[in-house]
Write a protein that binds this ligand. Sequence first.
Ligand code: GTQ
Length: 343
Amino acid sequence: MSAAIQQEREAFYQRADTQALAPLWTRLKSLVPQAPATVGVPHRWGYDEVRHYVMESAQHISAKEAERRVMILENPALKGSSQITHSLYAGLQLLMPGEIAPAHRHTQSALRFIVEGSGAYTAVDGEKTMMTPGDFVITPSWTWHHHGNDGDQPMVWLDCLDIPMAMFFNSTFREDHRADEAAITRPTGDALARYGQGLLPVGHIKTSLNSPVFNYPYARTREALAALAKAGAPDPHHGYLLRYVNPLDGGWAMPTISTMIRLLPTGSETKPYRSTDGAVFIVVEGEGELHVNDRRLALKPHDVVTVPGWLPYTLHATHELVLFQVSDRVAQEKLGFFREACL
Ligand code: GTQ
């Protein structure tokens, strides 16, 4: 293209700009790319390293003053964004003995995956549930929730929220409860008894987008994984991979965040797999490595690892590995965007 033509075009673009107009043809390939661009980088937060910082946070601020005392797991390529993947937020929340993280509610959906401690609870929509390591707990959109630690140990859990997704739609609200503790209206264990036993109350009408089971206890999940591992052969790309379901419809447990858990037998490695959802993994038990982009990210208990969407990765277990995994897959599936490939 001649310099003259280029100059004429540039002049045209500048004149068009005065009318808030821009040419598509200079942007088409980035607006409608052939394949997803990688947003963020693969990263590992080793629990041995970050635990000290999480614990030190209690010396600097109380849960009450902080409202939520959380060290955000921020993707190093997305600094300042509070994003672990481009659509998800994650952090490690600490609650010391005797503390209460005061009740509030927000449009963002949250999940907790319990890392360490005992004797603490979270209260969600009128029911308290005890937090035990490995439990997966849901805080649905716009439900009152507070957390309390009646035990004698620090309690740490992984928070994951759809904050970046909600921010994209810019349609979010929050409200602080007038009291630190929201009312408890149902006995502990009520939701699990009603909905989490392969039974459902006759006549129950589905009113929430979330699973009515809001705590999936690790003891049960672990039992299922152990039985699977005994019974059959692992999938070559996934190992023994289970998804948490809403018992009312068999769909994902939450409307915006997908949750899965897998077991990889000692010595096994998965074949390369990629999918359009950026993933966050937390090691529940065992040891191994995640290989991505010529990098080997170690996997040890409580380590958190993220892999951006569409990057092929493999998982290697040196000691029987249990991995909990979250992503925005459920949202992508609903919108028709989700793709995956077994390589
Ligand atoms: O526990 O309600 O990590 O509102 C970020 C925002 C946790 C929570 C976070 C929150 C919470």
